[in-house]
Each structure stands twice: as C-alpha cells, then as structure tokens.
Design a protein around this ligand. Structure first.
Ligand SMILES: Cc1cc2nc3c(=O)[nH]c(=O)nc-3n(C[C@H](O)[C@H](O)[C@H](O)COP(=O)(O)OP(=O)(O)OC[C@H]3O[C@@H](n4cnc5c(N)ncnc54)[C@H](O)[C@@H]3O)c2cc1C
Length: 407
C-alpha cells in the first residue's frame, strides 16, 4: 500500500529492492539517487570501509551538475585542490617546462573540481549512509536469475533475493565476469602499468606536481596543499599485460622496481617508499568496452561497464553521470529492461566521446621512444606561453534531464 492507502500503481518504485556491488564512486552515487526514487537499496563492498587512497581525481562538466544536484558542491569546493604548477623534468631532473595545472589537465577553472579520490568517496558515502544498507567486508559470490528476482549468495554465506543487481565494482568487476565472461574480452590494454601510493614529503614540495620522464617511464610527485604526504605515481611501458601480478602486491612491487631499476632523479627513493607503502594501488592502463551494459535483471555502472582509463581523467565523472542516468531511467520506467535500454541509449555516446580522449593522453604523458619524448618536450615548451585551453566538449556533451522522482 502507498502512504495514501491506495494500492501501488505500476510506475511507482516503492519496495523494489536493489543490490549495488561496490561502494567506490558510482556505487554510493547510484544508491543516493535510487533511494531518492523510492528503492530499498543495499550496497555490498568487499573492503571493510569506503576505500580512500588513489591520486586526486577530476569532476568536470556534466558531472559537476550531478554533485550539485546531490548538494555536495560546497563540501567538494572546500576539498578542491589548487596547485601552482605542473613541472616536467628530463631524465637528469632538469626542468623542461612549468605549466599551469589546468593547461595539462584540461579542466575549466572556477567550474571543474579536482579533489582527492578519498575525499569524493567519503562525501558520497556520507550523503547516503543513513538511508541505505551497507554491507562491508562482503560481496556477491553468485547471482542466480532463474527465479523471479536475482538470488544472491554472498561470500559470508548470507542469501538474499533482490529485484535488481547493479555491478559498481570497478574495472575488474566480478559482476561483469558473471554476466559476460572473462575480462580479457572487454579490456583494451594501452601498453602501460602504473603504481600509486603515498609517501612522506621529504622534498619540501608544495601545491605542485612534478613529473620526471625517460622513454617509456614516468614518475610523478603530487603535493596537495602543504601536506606532509605526497601522492606518488610510477608508470611504465609494458608491451603485454602482466596477468601474474594482479592480486599479488609483492609481485607488483617487484615488477615496478625492475622497470625503474636504473632510473635517475628521486626515483630510487620513490621505489623504496613504494616497498613500504600500505596503500599501493596498481593497475594496467586500459579501457573497458562492452557491447551491452546489462543482462536480464543485472546491469553495470561506472568502471565496471566503461572504465575510460586515467589517461582521459574522466573515470569519476563517467561514474557519477552514469549513476545518475541509470537511477533516473529506473525511476522513469517500471520495466527494468526498458530502463536499462534507456540508460544505455542516453549515456553511450557520452561514454564513447570521453573514452576517445585517451588517445591524446599517452602521447603527452608517456612517450615511449627518445624521439617521441623530445617532440613532446618541444610541445610542452611551446605551451608555456599559451593561453588557457578551451574546455573539452566531451566533458559537457550530455545535458542531464531533471530527475524523474523526488519521493
Ligand atoms: C583504492 C582506489 C584507488 C584508485 N585510484 C585511482 C587513481 O589514482 N587514478 C584513477 O584514475 N583511478 C583510480 N581509481 C579508480 C577510480 O576510482 C575509478 O576510475 C572511478 O572513480 C570510477 O569509480 P567506480 O565506482 O566505478 O569504481 P571504483 O572507484 O574502482 O570502485 C569500485 C569499488 O568496488 C569494490 N569492489 C570490487 N570488487 C567488488 C565485489 N566483487 N563486490 C563488492 N565490492 C567490490 C572496490 O573495493 C571499490 O570500492 C581507484 C580506485 C580505487 C578503489
């Protein structure tokens, strides 16, 4: 029954139960909007709490509107990072060029946001944690769609049935694997691997990014404000993906250390710090490209469906916009198949445009030969005197509809 005492009409969403796998960026954003549309939402997260860590991330264009509609703009503006410069160094640590950060990142000053990934994850969790059920330290082990809903058996042994399940479980999504098969079919590898971790700021860096390059390798230190901690980043060319290291942090550390064995500048100290770091995030650089984002009562959102790679700087923005669009489609269409189709047709072009931005990123940041690196450096020197670049049309290529339900 509805609060008015009348039987529920088709088209309302009350009591529909949804499981969201993953409490990263897309998961809590989707939970917020589905709760607002009247769904009963459970979020299962493999980790024991929302995961902090990671490099600062960008929220741009259409995605800024999503966080504005969630009431998060003031909090995220407070968390916004303003840096003085982005300096590029040669193999010996000599400065090649020092640029305004937005010239490199391509954001719009005064509109777009750059925040620590952990600050965004925390803000999204905070805005929804009292309204939906969070199950930490657990994940869906099996999904069975043979009955009237999705029967879920969790790793912990608990068993529940949901009307819908949404995989928001990141680029290496288990939900995607259970729907469509192994990741290799959908992962487009770009030929690099990277490691991100924090380390002490023993260099006196302040409000700046410093990036060292040699052919096929990049090492960057990012000082957010005057923090005593630096975000460190090591990226290297690796012709084939190294499947043996995924899920094995020690093997990841060895692989990175080998790739940077003879590197100059501050890299040996960075490699040493990586060995000690307890927040190492290692991954291959690549994109997820899927022909469909749903099957039956299960759909995917964010990196699980369309990870664009950090080369685009758009992973979190696509996750936020995708979450809004999926929730809006489910709030609009009672039939889940119609809703999933509407979500996909509404967002796919936006995703494709943003995934295409990866093409420029690798050439600027990680040239693999000495000749390409010299050409890149010449371009960078030319950029020093250039005015701010235009905003990238892809960032704002989608206009958000009003949200269908405000219940
Ligand atoms: C710790 C961390 C650090 C990151 N650092 C960077 C970075 O430096 N640069 C960058 O470009 N991108 C980074 N990313 C990825 C970035 O967050 C995403 O590109 C983007 O924000 C899209 O968000 P998402 O919610 O779709 O995926 P993610 O942010 O990856 O979130 C997925 C969530 O699902 C959880 N999870 C995984 N498997 C399961 C499962 N089977 N069941 C339940 N939960 C599961 C994960 O623990 C995670 O919390 C990082 C992700 C994480 C988790």
């Amino acid at each position: 029954m509805t609060p008015t005492g009348l039987p529920m009409e088709a088209g309302t969403t009350a009591e529909r139960e949804v499981l969201i796998s993953g409490a990263g960026i897309s998961g809590p954003a989707l939970a917020y909007w589905l709760h607002r549309a009247g769904f009963a939402v459970t979020v299962a997260e493999r980790a024991s709490a929302p995961r902090g860590g990671g490099y600062p991330i960008d929220i741009r264009g259409t995605a800024v509107e999503v966080v504005r509609r969630m009431g998060l703009l003031p909090r995220l503006r407070d968390a916004h990072i303003t840096s003085r410069r982005c300096a590029f160094l040669d193999a010996d640590g000599g400065e090649i060029a020092s640029l305004a950060p937005h010239v490199v990142a391509g954001g719009v000053e005064g509109r777009d946001l750059e925040v620590r990934r952990g600050d965004l994850a925390e803000a999204l969790h905070a805005v929804v944690r009292d309204d939906v059920e969070f199950l930490f330290d657990d994940y869906a082990e099996t999904l069975d769609q043979s009955g009237r809903g999705v029967d879920v058996t969790f790793h912990s042994g608990r068993q529940r049935t949901f009307d819908l399940v949404i995989g928001a479980d990141g680029a290496h999504s288990r939900t995607r694997r259970s729907l469509f098969g192994p990741e290799e079919r959908f992962h487009r590898y770009f030929g690099y691997c990277f490691a991100i971790f924090t380390m002490p700021n023993t260099f006196g860096l302040s409000r700046e990014v410093v990036m060292w390059n040699s052919p096929g390798r990049a090492a960057a230190l990012y000082a957010v404000g005057d923090s005593e901690e630096l975000h460190a980043f090591l990226n290297f060319h690796q012709p084939e993906p190294p499947p043996h290291v995924f899920g094995d942090p020690d093997a990841q550390r060895d692989l990175v250390a080998t790739a940077f064995a003879d590197a100059g500048w501050e890299v040996p100290g960075m490699v040493e710090a990586m060995r000690e770091a307890d927040d190492l995030f290692f991954d291959a650089v690549g994109q997820i490209r899927l022909p469909r984002w749903s099957s039956g009562r299960v759909a995917l959102v964010g990196d699980a469906a369309y990870a664009p790679s950090f080369l685009t700087g758009q992973g979190s923005s696509l996750a936020l916009v995708g979450a809004y669009a999926l929730a809006n489609a489910l709030a609009t269409h009672r039939d889940h198949a119609t809703a999933f189709a509407a979500y996909e047709s509404g967002v796919r072009d936006f995703v494709t445009m943003n995934q295409a931005l990866a093409g420029d990123g690798a050439a600027t940041l990680f040239p693999t030969t000495a000749r390409e690196l010299e050409q890149r450096n010449t371009r960078l020197r030319g950029l020093v005197a250039m005015p701010s670049p235009q905003a990238r049309p892809a960032h704002s290529a989608l206009t958000l509809p009003e949200f269908a339900s405000t219940s």
